[in-house]
Design a protein around this ligand. Structure first.
Ligand SMILES: Nc1nc2c(ncn2[C@@H]2O[C@H](COP(=O)(O)OP(=O)(O)OP(=O)(O)O)[C@@H](O)[C@H]2O)c(=O)[nH]1
Ligand SMILES: [Mg+2]
Length: 320
């Protein structure tokens, strides 16, 4: 996914300054080359080149924005949903449309101004036509102020998107805060995100991969307790959408040391069951639990306490 590659979007004046200064440099280079022909011909050539330079500079940059911006309608459903909750979807589409309009408008203005300059019969008329061109181009580019602002805002949102692959079998690790989800992710995949003794350590979606023979599995360490969607923070929403759109299998983690009461952990598990996804239960922190505690719990729930066993269950289910 190329969400991180969208180029920075500047204010209108930036594009005008770059284009005009580039045109000035080009004309200076031309003058130093001793142009041939009469004065009128030389003046016309210089303005024509300046106009071409301005056009190509702005066109190039606007096209780059249009090209690097994701086609929202073509994104995987997960990312389409993420777009809808993270940015002003309709305005962004309109802004892209406006930028495309500006590019066409600039192209037309360039064509007509060049034709008029070619036909002009004295240098001062050429200068006047050139100035008119600059005025019209500036007006079109300045009209893009709001659109460019919206797109820059969207770019920043895109940059903060989790880099989840939408075409890889995905397992979500779910459970209350501080119960060892991130530690489990590390044990399963060897990837080492932040782990702390306090709750809500994980501030972004941790994503890690397990490769076994030809199978690749994506693991998502999903923070949060699946509140009502409106009440969730950004990562919780990203996680919740991932559960809905991308997850093939859930590992639900129970922690009998109870950083959060067991009854709440069970209530969350009941909610998770409503997703109707294959789910494996994992009991964390068994190294510090009493044997009887584990035995007692495993009478009520089919649990795994061993990483090797958990891996093989997941691999088998994903392959199937
Ligand atoms: N003894 C023991 N401690 C563990 C185990 N797994 C995790 N912990 C500890 O539990 C605390 C929380 O672990 P994390 O892996 O950060 O838990 P988390 O569920 O990702 O927490 P949040 O990101 O805050 O939701 C840390 O102090 C870990 O060292 C385990 O198997 N045994
Ligand atoms: Mg964590």
């Amino acid at each position: 996914m190329a969400f991180q590659d969208i180029i920075t979007i500047e204010k209108p004046q930036f594009y005008l300054d770059v284009a005009i200064s580039s045109a000035t440099k080009t004309s200076e280079r031309m003058r130093s080359k001793k142009l041939t022909g009469d004065k009128l011909q030389i003046v016309k050539q210089v303005y024509l080149i300046k106009i071409d330079t301005i056009h190509s500079q702005i066109y190039k940059r606007f096209s780059q924005i249009l090209k690097t911006f994701p086609q929202i309608d073509e994104l995987a459903p997960y990312y389409q949903e993420l777009v809808k909750i993270s940015l002003p979807y309709v305005e962004v589409k309109q802004a892209l449309g406006a930028l495309n309009w500006a590019n066409n408008k600039i192209k037309d203005l360039t064509k007509s101004s060049k034709a008029k300059i070619i036909q002009s019969t004295d240098p001062s008329k050429s200068l006047q036509l050139y100035k008119e061109y600059i005025g019209r181009i500036s007006s079109v580019v300045k009209q893009m102020k709001d659109s460019l602002f919206i797109l820059e805002g969207a770019r920043k949102e895109f940059k903060a998107f989790p880099q989840i692959k939408t075409n890889v079998p995905t397992v979500a690790i779910v459970g209350f805060p501080n119960i060892g989800k991130t530690t489990l992710l590390y044990k399963l995949t060897g990837s080492k995100p932040e782990i702390n003794e306090y709750a809500f350590t994980t501030k972004k979606l941790n994503i890690a991969y397990l490769r076994k023979d030809k199978t690749k599995i994506q693991f998502l360490d999903t923070p949060g307790t699946l509140n009502r969607f409106e009440k969730m923070n950004n990562i919780e929403k990203q996680a919740s959408l991932a559960l809905e759109h991308l997850t093939h299998h859930i590992i639900y983690v129970f922690d009998l040391t109870e950083p959060f009461p067991l009854k709440d952990q069970i209530a969350l598990y009941e909610k998770i069951k409503e997703l109707k996804l294959p789910t494996t239960l994992y009991l964390s922190k068994t190294d510090i639990l009493k044997k009887e505690q584990i035995e007692e719990f495993s009478k009520k729930y089919t649990i795994t306490t061993d990483i090797k066993e958990l891996k093989s269950i997941i691999l088998k289910k994903i392959k199937a």
